[in-house]
Design a protein around this ligand. Structure first.
Ligand SMILES: *Cc1c(COP(=O)(O)O)cnc(C)c1O
Length: 388
């Protein structure tokens, strides 16, 4: 007999409301698709949201671009070392390489899964110029200690806030501690534009440079060039990149950003239901949020230790998929990948906490699109897999 198959729960599916759809249609009808008034509005809204000045933000077409341009605008000499975490998306490390800099990995704390400030200190050499912390899963890194280290050694700090658009550490928005904060609006992130990113920078001078670098190195952006003020000549003042955000993307982001608080509350609710439902199971759950922090609740990661759970992590992923539930792995540690092994001679064992986490971690669905029934289905399925 044909059993009725439940719909596949797409991991990290974005919630797209009628407001976004109407705004995109209005943008298309306006005839202005590229960087223009909607990007400018999105930048203003984002600056307000994070409590910075409008000239301290720049919209770009990805967080990867934001990281790249930030490191260039920080003006570090080629070959400078940048200390980052091995438990991150490859884009973090690739951006360091694209900027002509050298990534140096410092292991994570096994509980918070964030870069361990003591490991940062141990990784400092005479060539170290920057620290690039990643606020993993939306959990703020220990910014007090990281900023102390940076001040002591005169280091640039670039925060990867891809998971943490709404997160705060001791009442201060993430992305505003360091010289730069880099945000992602990729489809699975907490605020979505399809592809998109934002740079937040402390120095207006460096931000002006970042804007120029993000659009071909041109001194005026296209909006000003073709706007109703008449044609404006531009000058190419350096060899920049094609990293600008489109108005079509900003049209989505404007409404996503206005719902950021509502979306967070729904994810926090799902998070709590998972915590309650899984408390008795033999798998490690995410650590509670640290006091005086606002956790972004971007990823709900559980650890599948084969000895405790009676099932390998990859078998767990397969069992979830068989139950038509999409999951994620955030992340296999950076030195697990052949490119970095070949280029730097890295092996995962050198960063044992990140290695172990990367081999055991599973991200369960945490999208605001999940209904209560969907959440029940995830809970029942996890119980069926590891609860026996
Ligand atoms: C998604 C992500 C990025 C890259 O973001 P894009 O906008 O896709 O370039 C960088 N760092 C981390 C930690 C991410 O999760």
């Amino acid at each position: 007999m044909q059993s009725s198959r439940p719909p596949f729960l797409v991991f990290g599916a974005p919630q797209i409301d009628e407001a976004e759809i109407a705004e995109v249609v209005a943008c298309l009808r306006s005839g202005w698709l590229g960087t223009g008034p909607r990007v400018a509005q999105f930048e203003r809204d984002f600056a307000m949201f994070r409590g910075v000045l409008p000239q301290q933000v720049a919209a770009v077409n990805s967080c990867t671009a934001a990281l790249h341009v930030s490191m260039l605008a920080a003006d570090m000499e080629p070959g400078s070392e940048v200390i980052t975490t091995p438990l991150t998306f490859c884009a973090t490390v690739n951006a360091i390489l694209h900027a002509g800099l050298v990534p140096v990995l410092a292991d994570v704390d096994p509980v918070s899964q964030n870069i361990d400030p003591s490991a940062i200190e141990a990784a400092i050499t005479p060539r170290t110029r920057a620290i690039l912390p990643v606020h993993f899963a939306g959990r703020p890194c220990e910014m007090d200690r990281i900023m102390d280290i940076a001040r002591k050694h005169n280091l640039v700090v670039i925060e990867d806030c891809a998971h943490a658009v709404e997160a705060e550490y001791r009442g201060q928005a993430l992305g505003t501690f360091g010289d730069f904060g880099c945000f992602s609006f990729y489809v699975t992130k907490n605020v979505v534009t399809g592809e998109g990113g934002m740079i937040v920078g402390r120095s207006e001078e460096q931000m002006a440079r970042a804007r120029i670098l993000a659009l071909h190195g041109m001194s005026q952006d296209a909006w000003h060039r073709f706007g109703d003020k008449g044609y404006k000549h531009y000058q190419v003042v350096e060899c920049g990149f094609k990293y600008n955000m489109m108005d079509v993307q900003a049209a989505i982001g404007l409404h996503q950003l206005s719902r950021v608080e509502v979306s967070w509350r729904r994810r926090a609710e799902i998070w709590q239901r998972y915590n309650d439902a899984f408390a008795g199971l033999p798998m490690t759950l995410p650590a509670p949020a640290e006091a005086d922090t606002h956790h972004g609740h971007h990823l709900y990661t559980v650890m599948i230790d084969a000895k405790r759970c009676g099932i390998e992590r990859d078998e767990f992923l397969e069992a979830m998929n068989d139950a038509r539930i999409g999951t994620g792995v955030h992340y296999l540690s950076i030195p697990e990948h052949p490119y970095y092994q070949h280029r730097f001679g890295w092996s995962p064992e050198r960063w044992p906490h990140a290695m172990k986490l990367g081999r055991e971690t599973v991200s369960l669905p945490l999208s605001v699109t999940l209904s209560d029934g969907d959440v029940d289905r995830v809970i029942d399925t996890v119980h069926a897999i590891v609860g026996s």
